[in-house]
Design a binder for this molecule. Structure first.
Ligand SMILES: NC(=O)c1ccc[n+]([C@@H]2O[C@H](COP(=O)([O-])OP(=O)(O)OC[C@H]3O[C@@H](n4cnc5c(N)ncnc54)[C@H](O)[C@@H]3O)[C@@H](O)[C@H]2O)c1
Length: 252
């Protein structure tokens, strides 16, 4: 059983920017922050997903800002940062894509696309928002979404594994550099989570994956969002520059 109930965090008067927040894991993170009283700015590439998310989150309209952005494109990210109406307390770098192929078949374009979104995207967004963080706050939070694949590698994911391992390197470095400036910077490494991304995989592959998880199920978006909420909370102020695996103990 997954845990879809809300932990009682209070994020009133906090602003969170969630990249890729219009769908999947990012959307659940967005919902939870809004429900906990935060203002949320969703930065997402998909106009259609942004429109659907906005409609679904209608009750939170006063707390919600959305912008279409390609995290891999610096001009687009710069424009999104300029449009932000609030100072930032929490940044969740969640936007990500896959272009899976065995190394032998992987085209340079597959490499470039995944590195651009999943690795350079985090640099672009964090750089553009760095001056927009709430300067006086001692509870600034950056949570980067990596993957179990960044820790262990995975067949068919040279590009994705490299990007997600890079995210861990960036996280540890930023945690060291920014800790004394009132930030904590951590990564969450999800296992296999039921979202649109995993739904593209054949059912037999998904069943096989579930069979490798000691808790005997794929993860839910709630499982990841709960970890992100905790790391973003004041209660997690001594957790810095680390990676939390949320993967049911998967053995790859
Ligand atoms: N689903 C999993 O099993 C799983 C496992 C480990 C890690 N992750 C990571 O979790 C994160 C979220 O994955 P998900 O499964 O929710 O994916 P998803 O495809 O359901 O959602 C990703 C969102 O990111 C947006 N996005 C994609 N490229 C973008 C870009 N260039 N600029 C801005 N937005 C962009 C998409 O429009 C979409 O709304 C990703 O970083 C992914 O790598 C997912």
């Amino acid at each position: 059983m997954s845990n879809s109930s809300n932990i009682n965090f209070d994020f009133k008067n906090k602003t969170a920017v969630i990249t890729g927040g219009a769908q999947g894991i990012g959307f659940t993170i967005t919902q939870k922050f809004l429900a906990a009283g935060a203002r949320v700015s969703i930065w997402d590439f998909s106009e259609a997903a942004l429109a659907t998310a906005k409609a679904e989150l209608g009750q939170y309209a006063a707390q919600l800002h959305t912008t279409k952005v390609d995290v891999g494109n610096r001009d687009s990210v710069g424009a999104a940062a300029a449009s932000l109406p609030w100072a930032v307390d929490i940044l969740v770098n969640n936007a990500g894509i896959t272009r899976d192929k065995s190394f032998a078949k992987m085209a340079p374009e597959d490499w470039d696309a995944v590195i651009s979104t999943n690795l350079t995207g985090l640099f672009n967004v964090t750089k553009a928002l760095f001056e927009k963080f709430n300067a006086t706050s001692l509870h600034k939070r950056i949570v980067n979404i990596s993957s179990v694949v960044g820790l262990y590698g995975n067949f068919g994911q040279t590009n994705y594994a490299a990007a997600k391992a890079g995210v861990i390197g960036m996280t540890k470095t930023w945690g060291k550099e920014l800790g004394r400036k009132g930030y904590t910077v951590n990564a969450v490494a999800p296992g296999f989570i039921a979202t649109a991304m995993t739904k593209q995989m054949p059912k037999e592959t998904l069943d096989q994956m579930a069979g490798k998880v000691p808790v005997a199920r794929l993860g839910e978006t709630d499982d990841i969002a709960n970890a992100v909420m905790f790391l973003s909370s004041e209660q997690a102020s001594y957790i810095n520059a680390t990676v939390i695996s949320v993967d049911g103990g998967i053995v790859l």
